[in-house]
Design a protein around this ligand. Sequence first.
Ligand SMILES: [Zn+2]
Ligand SMILES: [Zn+2]
Length: 307
Amino acid sequence: MMRTLIKTLIFAFALILTLIVVQMGRQALAASEVERAWGATVVQRAPNLGTTKSLTIVPLVDEAASRPDLQFEHGVAYLIKTDRHTVLMDLGWNNGATPLRHNMESLAVPPTDIEALAFSHVHPDHVGGFNWWVKDTFALGAEQTDLHGLPVYTPAPLTYPGLTAILTAQPTVMTEAIATTGGIAFAEVFPLSLWRTVRTEQAVAVNVEGKGIVLILGCGHPTLERIVARAQAAFDAPVVGVVGGLHYEDKSPQVVSASIAYVKTLQPQLVALSPHDSTSANIQAFRDAFPTSYQNVEVGRPITLRP
Ligand SMILES: [Zn+2]
Ligand SMILES: [Zn+2]
């Protein structure tokens, strides 16, 4: 009896050890694949992007809300409004509830206002939930409603009943003044790396007249430096704003300081960090570093590029 138990334990231990070694090998291969993809990509420029005078970003889902009647959760959805166009980036997590639909109603945003949908990357907290994510699809809530052929721009394949999503490996203009940077490879985070080890993420870029490009990010997994470099290679205007998720949840103060020093080189006019994947201490470090250009990211609080 005792012998069998010891044998079983040794077998289980060996199996776990093997799985850990295999996973470490997969992640090492992923890291080199990401570097290869970054080095090999020839960025196609997106010249005729056009400009907008106004830019307002309204967080519809994030981990903090500006009013008690608005819901918040671990996820991201940002409504991006220019002079003439309205685009939605990401759909939140919808974990047990549907904060996206609830907040759209509370903030009087009818779904028909949305002219295009962009995904920053295919993670459960950005495509509308785990149940959709495992099927490589997405939803604005508990059901997949008819989106009437809405243009959908995604850096990785996604399906949806009744429409064909547009794959954006390269910078892609969505509407006047709004584009995506195109997907940039990153090594998947654990435990999602048990599914796939390499994914891609893109940012939405808005070209504000007389100012430059504001980048709107989901998680910033490929690193802010790479996303900015992609935008600089793709668009004619300088990057002057960074809004959204930057995944400073587990980063040391040294890494965050280095990132702040980098953002300072951009002389940004708008900096706003999502609380969904950054700690409040790291957000405060950014707030302190950019006292005149920093704006809070909260559901329902408009983020604007001030004139
Ligand atoms: Zn993510
Ligand atoms: Zn996220």
